[in-house]
Design a protein around this ligand. Structure first.
Ligand SMILES: NC(=O)c1ccc[n+]([C@@H]2O[C@H](COP(=O)([O-])OP(=O)(O)OC[C@H]3O[C@@H](n4cnc5c(N)ncnc54)[C@H](OP(=O)(O)O)[C@@H]3O)[C@@H](O)[C@H]2O)c1
Length: 262
């Protein structure tokens, strides 16, 4: 294994506003050997998630920030190249935090086995991974949608939103997605089966919400926060539920996070 080279992206500086190429350093190092209870993985797929922006910031959060100089954290799918534990064999496929690099030595306790006969490997980073779990449990456990209710999803054409909206449809709800641009809105209605879509970049969101949810919004699955959250809050039905899944509109803010204003 020592002849293999591991290409890596390390966090070099804490980004201010949008992430820049110069916030990362490209490094290479030789691939090491797994110790007891460890495996060496070849990284096959990486998930590039909005959460990564938060991990780059200093400060208290649900998970420690990525340290400066550390390989950038990312979820991924890897194949076992060498194993120093009886529970995993060479060739096994797993889901874990691989980092943005070609190879990683991982503790077997951090691994979840995946099976490419059951689903294409990238699916384990999407619908069958944390993305799918966030949509499923967020919508069903927190949102508790009932048939006939109006469900609004922001960031609806994104990874989580697209799944949350489709689950809401399966629950018999009337589902309205909010997304940026006509192509994403067409995708929501024509391909994913949403009842309506609002193009927040080109439409009056307040008026469109009123038109599509005339008796109020029963469940709001929020991925974006900020101004859109405020507009939805003003049009909730009584006993509405709000799922705060994320607030992507705020992640690059240099002026603090905008909370609800009303
Ligand atoms: N992926 C996960 O496993 C996971 C887990 C827990 C929570 N979350 C949270 O869920 C949210 C969505 O994540 P995702 O993985 O679905 O992301 P994604 O697939 O990358 O989609 C994010 C979408 O958000 C929209 N967006 C970006 N900036 C915006 C702004 N200023 N205002 C309104 N919309 C904006 C963009 O779509 P438009 O082109 O439509 O603007 C973008 O494509 C994030 O807040 C994330 O932190 C994700």
């Amino acid at each position: 294994m020592r002849s293999l080279e591991n290409r890596q992206f390390r966090l070099k500086s804490r980004p201010v506003g949008m992430v820049k190429r110069s916030d990362f350093e490209f490094t290479t190092e030789p691939v090491g050997e797994p110790g007891p209870g460890e495996v060496l993985l070849r990284v096959l797929y990486l998930s590039l998630d909005p959460a990564m922006r938060g991990w780059m910031n200093e400060g208290r959060s649900y998970i420690a920030p990525v340290a400066l100089g550390e390989v950038m954290r990312a979820g991924g799918i890897g194949r076992v190249m060498a194993s120093n534990d009886p529970s995993f064999a060479v060739g096994d496929l797993v889901n874990t935090m691989t980092g943005v690099q070609d190879y990683v030595i991982a503790n077997v306790k951090s691994l979840t086995r995946v099976d490419e006969k059951l689903a294409p490997l990238p699916r384990y980073l999407g619908a069958l991974g944390i993305t799918g779990f966030s949509a499923y449990f967020g919508l069903l456990d927190v949102g508790q949608p009932r048939p006939g209710e109006s469900v609004v999803v922001s960031g609806a054409a994104g990874a989580v939103g697209a799944i949350a909206g489709q689950i809401a449809k399966l629950q018999g709800c009337r589902v309205v997605g909010i997304a940026g641009g006509p192509e994403k809105c067409r995708y929501l209605v024509e391909e994913l089966g949403f009842d309506a879509a609002i193009d927040y970049k080109n439409e009056d969101v307040r008026a469109a919400l009123k038109e599509h949810c005339p008796t109020g919004i029963n469940v709001y699955f929020d991925n974006v926060g900020g101004e859109i959250l405020d507009m939805v809050l003003a049009q909730l039905a009584r006993k509405a539920r709000i799922v705060i899944c994320g607030a992507i509109s705020q992640y690059n803010s240099t002026e603090g996070v905008q909370g609800p204003k009303n």
